[in-house]
Design a protein around this ligand. Structure first.
Ligand SMILES: [Zn+2]
Ligand SMILES: [Zn+2]
Length: 304
């Protein structure tokens, strides 16, 4: 809720006219409590979990040849009922855990100092804070995820997320309720360290989930804009972690690749990439000599 009754009052308090974005924000938020603004995250998460994976469902079901070649585990195909079951499981957890967690975590958001007023943050401020949030979450998530791969953590909690050895977009938030609660901590750490505006906080929650859906998509699209982000893991990187499963000691990081590189937990993945590259080169050279073609599965060798 903004402490001004009118746009004129807000302009007087700021000592300047409101920008277009600030006017839109004033009109939208002036009469809404901070709690209601914070709870918008529930709606955003519902829409993201429900809508963002839909194009991937069509790609999976229609089996368009142009897209098929980018499927990371081409031998694994999920039917529509299987994908629907994943979505309904995610929604059950959403209404039982994710939503209620948002409803009760408002005091912590107040405590860390997420603001809702004017002026709005600059693009630069938002970008730098989002970068901090991603790096902090990635680092913390790496260690929690690595811990969850011990015998107890895996069998009691993390096994649920690994039920999809070939992940799909809907499976990004598919996890045990305890994992959802535990991984809420890394998501809050960045905003606690560099608190910003509610709009930045909304953007953070939304972008992190969209990123998770991309890394669980099961497709490695060469035109994806995320390929231009330095040290970004992407779908192929995390898919390998699911492919290997419970025994995996590789690719624990959620967003970037540097943690796995620094702590030596990307060796299995790098070894497999090297082997597959060599295999592909040998097949292509044999193909040229024979004038035929050989299909190649990008996941033909478990090495981790
Ligand atoms: Zn895992
Ligand atoms: Zn995963």
């Amino acid at each position: 809720m903004l402490p001004y009754q009118t746009i004129h009052e807000a302009a007087l308090a700021l000592g300047r006219n409101l920008t277009f974005a600030e006017t839109v924000w004033f009109n939208y938020s002036a009469r809404k409590s901070d709690y209601i603004l914070y709870c918008h995250n529930i709606l955003f998460l519902f829409l993201i979990f429900s809508l963002v994976p839909i194009p991937l469902v069509f790609i999976e079901l229609m089996r368009i040849a142009g897209f098929d070649r980018y499927k990371i585990q081409p031998k694994v195909r999920l039917s529509f009922p299987e994908m629907l079951r994943c979505y309904t499981d995610v929604m059950r957890m959403f209404f039982l855990v994710v939503g209620p967690l948002q409803l009760v975590s408002f005091p912590s958001v107040k405590m860390i100092g997420i603001r809702t007023g004017l002026p709005l943050p600059s693009g630069w401020e938002m970008l730098s804070q989002l970068l901090v949030y991603f790096v902090v979450e990635d680092y913390t998530n790496y260690w929690i995820h690595r811990f969850l791969h011990n015998k107890w953590g895996y069998e009691k909690i993390h096994r649920v997320h690994h039920e999809y050895a070939a992940p799909i977009g809907f499976a990004a938030p598919y996890a045990h309720w305890a994992e959802i609660l535990i991984l809420g901590i890394p998501s809050f750490l960045g905003p606690a360290m560099a608190p910003g505006h509610m709009i930045t906080f909304w953007s953070w929650i939304a972008l992190r989930q969209i990123e998770a859906i991309e890394t669980h998509s099961g497709y490695d699209f060469p035109w994806s804009l995320t390929k231009y982000i330095p040290f970004y893991g992407g779908a192929e990187y995390h898919d390998y972690h699911h492919y290997v499963g419970g025994q995996s000691q590789s690719n624990f990081a959620s967003v970037f690749t540097y943690c796995d590189y620094i702590y030596g937990t990307d060796k299995g993945f790098r070894y497999q990439k090297k082997i597959l590259k060599k295999l592909k080169e040998e097949m292509e050279s044999s193909d040229r000599q024979n004038g035929g073609s050989y299909p190649i599965s990008s996941q033909s060798n478990k090495s981790d």
